[in-house]
Design a binder for this molecule. Structure first.
Ligand SMILES: [Zn+2]
Length: 114
């Protein structure tokens, strides 16, 4: 489990949101499943998932790997559009900016449909 996932896990526990970690049997392997399996949470590191929050100084060596991950992410996201399971993505930069507690608050609102 990455440090980012760990931060989120701690706050999910505090908020008494039950979760399953590393839901490998689900499409795209969500990092967390919450709300009795009705919401899949993906925690994305900004570099590897090619977030547009920064101009990445990325070497050619990694460029193809990053673009492969990005197209996989798109595929996963569109899969959940047609699913009963809701998709929730957390970016690393958001976690740093808002803190895990605020992100969990957002997740809570999201799963309750506000
Ligand atoms: Zn970012």
């Amino acid at each position: 489990m990455s440090a980012l996932e760990q931060e989120l896990a701690v706050e999910l526990k505090k908020a008494e949101i039950k979760y399953v970690q590393r839901a490998t049997q689900h499409f795209g392997r969500p990092d967390f499943l919450v709300n009795q399996g009705r919401c899949a949470i993906f925690v994305h590191g900004c570099f590897w998932h090619g977030h547009a929050c920064k101009e990445w100084n990325i070497s050619d060596l990694w460029r193809s790997k990053v673009s492969a991950i990005m197209s996989r992410d798109l595929e996963v996201r569109s899969h959940y559009k047609n699913s009963k399971i809701k998709y929730f993505r957390v970016w690393e930069c958001e976690l740093h900016r808002f803190g895990a507690r605020r992100i969990v608050y957002k997740i809570n609102r999201f799963i309750h449909g506000h």
